[in-house]
Design a protein around this ligand. Structure first.
Ligand code: ATP
Ligand code: MG
Length: 201
C-alpha cells in the first residue's frame, strides 16, 4: 500500500484547536501516516497584513504539536523566507519524501482562494486536496469546475470533520480585547502568547 502523508499549510498566527482537531479527525478518517505542518513565511495573499514574526509562529506550532505524535513540523518555507508558493513547496516535499503520496489539507475557506494560487492547475495534478468543511463556507461545484476544469472534483476530497468556529483572527482580536482564549489554543500556546505579549494593542 502506498504511504500517504498530508500537508497542512497556514500562517498559524496562532495555531489553534481548529487546526489541530480538524487535522486529527482527518488523520483518523483517511489513515494518513502523518500530517506535516508547514508554517508559511508570508503567504502571498496575506502580504500587507501585519503578522507575527515567523519565530513566534514556529515556536507556537512546535509547542502545539508536542501533544500529537503523528503530526510533524517542516519549517522549510520559513527557512527559505520570502514568498511561499505551495507549488514549489510540494516539489521540495516530494523530493524529501519520494515514497509517499502527498495530499494537501485545507479548510473550505481556502478553497475559495485556490484559483489565485501560483500554478494551481499543475499543483492539482500533483496533489489531491483534502477539504475540511468550515462553518460559513459552502463549496460551489459549478464555480470550481469553471475555474479548474471539469475534472477538478476528482482532485478534491471533501471531509465532514468537526466544524469549529475558531479562527486565528478571532483569537488575535480576543487577546487584544482582554478576553480569555482558554480552550481555543493548547495551554502551552496560550502561555506563550501571554509571555511574549503577542496580539496586544
Ligand atoms: P486567519 O484568521 O489568520 O486567516 P485561520 O484560523 O484561517 O487564520 P490559517 O493559518 O489561515 O488559520 O489556516 C491554515 C489552514 O487551516 C487553512 O487551510 C484554513 O482553511 C484551515 N483552517 C483554519 N481554521 C479552521 C477551522 N476552524 N476549520 C477548518 N479549517 C480551518
Ligand atoms: Mg485563514
Amino acid at each position: 500500500m502506498t504511504r500517504q502523508l498530508a500537508l497542512m499549510g497556514g500562517t498559524f498566527d496562532p495555531i489553534h484547536m481548529g487546526h489541530l482537531k480538524v487535522a486529527q479527525s482527518i488523520y483518523e478518517a483517511l489513515h494518513f501516516e502523518k500530517i506535516v505542518f508547514l508554517p508559511a513565511y508570508i503567504p502571498p495573499h496575506k502580504l500587507g497584513q501585519n503578522s507575527s514574526p515567523a519565530a513566534d509562529r514556529l515556536a507556537m506550532v512546535k509547542l502545539a504539536l508536542q501533544d500529537y505524535p503523528a503530526f510533524t513540523l517542516d519549517d522549510m518555507e520559513i527557512k527559505k523566507g520570502g514568498l511561499s508558493y505551495t507549488y514549489e513547496t510540494v516539489e521540495a516535499i516530494r523530493a524529501k519524501h519520494p515514497d509517499y503520496e502527498i495530499y494537501f489539507l485545507i479548510g473550505a475557506d481556502s478553497l475559495v482562494q485556490l484559483a489565485s494560487w501560483y500554478h494551481i492547475r499543475e499543483l492539482l495534478d500533483e496533489v489531491k486536496f483534502v477539504v475540511a468543511r468550515r462553518p460559513g463556507y459552502k463549496p460551489d461545484q459549478s464555480q470550481l469546475e469553471y475555474h479548474f476544469g471539469p475534472g477538478v472534483m476528482e482532485r478534491l476530497v471533501f471531509v465532514d470533520t468537526v466544524r469549529l468556529h475558531i479562527s486565528s483572527t478571532d483569537i488575535r482580536a480576543r487577546v487584544r480585547a482582554g478576553k480569555p482564549i482558554k480552550g481555543l489554543v493548547p495551554a502551552a500556546v496560550e502561555k506563550y502568547i501571554y509571555e511574549h505579549h503577542l496580539y496586544q494593542a
